[in-house]
Design a binder for this molecule. Structure first.
Ligand SMILES: Cc1ncc(COP(=O)(O)O)c(C=O)c1O
Length: 382
């Protein structure tokens, strides 16, 4: 049996998205900037996708820009906010994705003040501390906090952070790469200056993302070049990628409630089974609705089998992640698990679900985990 439970790392491409992309990989290859009919057909396809994205978050199409990925969107917002908006201070958290943390670090090296908000044991933002930080300086500030943590799923209270940012006149960027297509967004109700999305997290293709930039803020391009994306991002558009992203998001939005209910129940089913079958199991982050419904970060005791748990799962045909998939392969510890003080003498596995997973798969995974976790011998003890 093969079980893919690494959907926070990436999701399989929806068949409908591929079907929509195919003509643009073959016959409809015109450059969207060309004025002939081939080009105009490509341009129309991009604008159709933009409409879907804008509609999905209740933004205007003029506020949506396609990029190459979530990483580019996040880099762009942080670097250009400093460059163009007079931002002198950034407030972030130690458990953000590396594409945010590394951009923030680069700005710190350039003399921008960086304050990290305190994070609790579940990865939750200490909102009082955030307010204290916002209060203590009048310097123009950008708050960049992710909506859902990619490793432990902890959700941010977007309304609360948005209200605080408005109260203290800070810009607000949220990395919504894990939540676009999974939760409803309405940027008319939720005041946010920037948010970012990535196609491959919601059954779209890899290598394409988008950034929402509130019309009240103006930043300059991060990638210089032609006048693509209304002068906001140079480079011939990833036409079929954008088309696929649009279709995948359309499907995700149309089926959001059913998908959410299905995955929520499946995750609960797995948790109940683990609680019952494993002698000593705990979880990193929350397991209720304060956590993204697609993420379950499981912690088991360290022993001879769990020492190489991802490897052993892989051999059993089960695909999951340790820390963040972006650093998997190199066994470097997870900065998220370190950030929430997860015990160092346990092993953690992030299982992340999609609508394609089944209870039979979960039964199999729990059986295999049982063989690994319920072993007495300690790692390193012969
Ligand atoms: C929270 C979060 N932000 C940003 C990214 C980067 O997105 P992309 O893979 O599109 O560059 C990821 C991907 O793992 C993510 O999980």
């Amino acid at each position: 049996m093969k079980v893919y439970l690494d959907n926070a790392a990436t999701t399989p491409l929806a068949k409908e998205a591929l079907d929509e992309m195919m003509p643009f990989l073959t016959d409809n290859f015109g450059n969207p900037s060309s004025i002939h009919s081939y080009g105009r057909k490509s341009r129309a396809a991009i604008e159709k996708a933009r409409k879907i994205v804008a509609g999905g978050i209740n933004a205007s199409t003029a506020e949506v820009f396609f990029t190459s990925c979530g990483t580019e969107s996040n880099n762009m917002v942080i670097k250009q906010a400093v460059k163009n908006l007079g931002v002198k201070r950034i407030i972030s958290s130690p458990i953000e994705h590396h594409c945010v943390l590394h951009s923030v670090d680069m700005e710190a090296r350039e003399g921008i003040k960086v304050d990290m908000v305190r994070i609790g044991h579940y990865g939750e933002v200490d909102y009082d501390h955030l307010e204290t930080l916002l209060k203590e300086s009048d310097e123009k500030t950008l708050v960049t906090l992710m909506h859902s943590n990619n490793e432990i799923g902890t959700l941010l209270d977007l309304e609360k952070v948005s209200a605080l940012c408005q109260q203290y006149g800070a810009y607000f960027h949220t990395d919504t790469v894990q939540t676009i297509g999974y939760f409803p967004f309405d940027v008319q109700k939720l005041k946010v200056d920037f948010l970012s999305g990535s196609g491959h997290k919601f059954h779209g293709p890899k290598g394409v993302g988008f950034v929402y930039i509130n019309s009240s803020v103006q930043i300059s391009p991060f990638i210089d070049g032609g006048s693509q994306e209304r002068n906001m991002r140079g480079g011939t558009e990833n036409l079929y990628g954008i088309v696929g992203l649009g279709k995948a998001l359309e499907l995700a939005l149309a089926n959001m409630d059913t998908t959410r209910q299905y995955i929520t129940e499946l995750k609960q089913y797995m948790k109940d089974k683990l609680d019952h079958e494993l002698k000593d199991v705990s979880y990193n982050g929350y397991t209720d609705d304060r956590c993204h419904y697609k993420v379950l970060n499981v912690s088991v005791p360290l022993n001879t089998r769990t020492d190489l748990i991802l490897f052993n799962l892989d051999i059993a045909g089960i695909y999951a992640s340790g820390g963040s998939a972006c650093t998997s392969g190199s066994e470097v510890g997870s900065h998220v698990l370190a950030g929430i003080n997860a015990p160092a003498d346990r092993k953690s596995v992030r299982f992340s679900f999609s609508k394609h997973n089944t209870r039979e798969e979960v039964d199999y995974v729990v059986e295999e985990l049982k063989k690994m976790a319920n072993v007495k011998e300690m790692a390193g003890v012969k």
